[in-house]
Ligand binder design. Structure first.
Ligand code: WQD
Length: 345
């Protein structure tokens, strides 16, 4: 199988947390990135930060992936070899409150993109999926053949599962497609420069940005959602993967495309589970401060323990996470302490 180099890659949601880190790794690997983002959950400032880090300012189209006219304009104005599709609403909690917005946005964006890809005869796609498609695990670690679609606890996770099913049906209809679905575990951390990082719009739902905002003084204490789970210290266990490792996983997937009669699925995690208390201790070491916390009741929909078997990505993509939880906390702290208000001036 040939290693594909020097590709022009359209990154939807390219200005976001995962997107910006992925664009940087694409440029580092001598590919070119063209971005589209509606800035609903990202900030134009990130373009200046990408330029500072890479010395390059990728082309970005300000708009919505549901806008087929805009998508066709992008394909008319650029040679696109492949697409990394990251754009989508991604808050678990918000999806429970606003299911229609999540189904409309995440499914529509994908259908519009796929129709335009087909019209422009571009059939290499990497889809940003999520470990939530596994629902309630039957066994751990989770492999790519673990059960999916059962016991998913929120509309966000269900959109990811439904899109994976749409992609499978598309491939059955036209084997010309080469599609890879990357199931992210829990992305954390930031680029080592401290210039880009996670920048949640509102009060963070996720553990790491919440802790980092406690550490920098924007929030007063962490609520630990339950310590009565069947885990080593009773708190929830997750597979926290450094966002730069995750970004490099996209480049590895891009360079290993092969035609296939089904969507190729890969877990992107570290293969290691860490508890909430492990994360608190790692963050305290990174920031040199005590993270105040209070144990409260479980959060509805939370699963006790989740972590990946990553042997398939290692074997077939020649990729493995390199960074530790401690490094991710140190990189997160550098970003947060340099940018207490994120990208806001
Ligand atoms: C992690 C652990 C909480 C916040 C979600 C999505 C998943 C992915 C990552 C996109 C759990 C505990 C959390 C807090 C806490 N996103 N926690 N206090 O729920 O594993 O996964 O984000 O792809 O798809 O489902 O991540 O960071 O919310 O929670 O105690 O204030 O931290 O109970 O054990 P989660 P999380």
């Amino acid at each position: 199988m040939s290693i594909l180099r020097g590709m022009n890659v359209l990154v939807t949601g390219g200005a976001g947390y995962i997107g910006s880190h992925t664009v940087i790794e694409l440029l580092n690997a001598k590919h070119d990135a063209i971005m589209i983002d509606n800035f609903s959950n990202s900030d134009p400032e990130v373009m200046f930060r990408i330029a500072k880090i890479t010395g390059q300012k990728p082309k970005i189209y300000d708009g919505d992936v549901q806008d087929k006219t805009l998508l066709n304009k992008i394909f008319q104005e650029n040679r696109i070899d492949a697409v990394i599709h990251l754009a989508g609403l991604k808050s678990v909690g918000e999806s429970v409150k606003e299911p229609l917005a999540y189904y409309r946005n995440n499914i529509d964006c994908t259908l519009s993109l796929l129709e335009v890809l087909k019209e422009n005869s571009v059939r290499q796609l990497i889809f940003s999926s999520s470990a939530t498609v596994y629902g309630q695990p039957e066994a751990l670690p989770l492999t790519e053949t673990s059960r999916v679609g059962i016991g998913i606890t929120n509309p966000y996770g269900r959109t990811k599962y439904m899109i994976e099913e749409i992609l499978n049906d598309l491939l059955v209809s036209d084997p010309e497609w080469a599609i890879i679905s990357l199931r992210y575990f829990n992305p954390i951390g930031a680029h080592e420069s401290g210039l880009i990082g996670e920048n949640p719009k509102d009060i963070p739902n996720n553990l790491l940005p919440y802790i980092s905002q406690v550490a920098v003084g924007k929030l007063d204490k962490l609520k630990v959602f339950g310590n009565d789970y069947d885990t080593p210290d009773g708190t929830g266990v997750r597979d926290y993967i450094h966002v730069v490792d995750l970004a490099k996983g996209h480049v590895a997937a891009l360079e290993q495309f092969k035609a296939s009669d089904k969507v190729d699925v890969f877990n992107l995690g570290t293969g290691k589970g860490s508890s909430v208390m492990d994360v608190i201790q790692a963050y305290e070491k990174a920031c040199g401060k005590t993270i105040p916390y209070e144990v409260v009741g479980r959060r509805p929909g939370d699963i006790a323990s989740y972590y990946a078997d990553v042997s398939k990505a290692t074997a077939e993509l020649n990729w493995q996470a390199q960074k530790t939880l401690e490094e991710a906390c140190a990189d997160s702290w550098r970003w947060q302490s340099k940018n207490p208000d994120g990208y806001a001036k």
